[in-house]
Design a protein. Structure first.
Length: 116
């Protein structure tokens, strides 16, 4: 089966429709994520803006919508990415609610508050 030509990201957005660009961008990014295209990492705001030929504000609004839907997770100074899965196994240091050593009273322990 011949491989279909890849459509550049900027051509995927229809600028002559009533649908906002950020919504079209969010839908396209969701499709690309579902297709497993970002295995090496999710691009940042500036890179996405260059790929899609849109402003950074448009990219931010699309990422905000994806974050609200739980598709990606972002943080200050970090690139967007898929949300971290919750760990079902205990941490290697033991229970996160216990201090080490066990005689330590309740309070701050390794920059976290624990009720030991």
């Amino acid at each position: 089966m011949p491989e279909l030509p890849r459509i550049p990201p900027a051509a995927r957005l229809d600028r002559h429709t009533n649908t906002p660009l950020w919504r079209q961008l969010a839908a396209d990014l969701r499709d690309r994520l579902d297709g497993g295209e970002f295995t090496e990492g999710f691009p940042g705001e500036v890179e996405l803006g260059l790929q899609y030929s849109v402003s950074r504000h448009t990219v931010r609004e699309a990422l905000r919508q994806l974050r609200a839907d739980g598709v990606i997770s972002t943080g200050r100074g970090r690139r967007p990415g898929s949300p971290r899965s919750t760990r079902s196994s205990p941490s290697p240091r033991g229970s996160p609610t216990r201090c080490s050593p066990p005689w330590r009273p309740a309070g701050w322990c390794r920059r976290r508050w624990y009720a030991c």
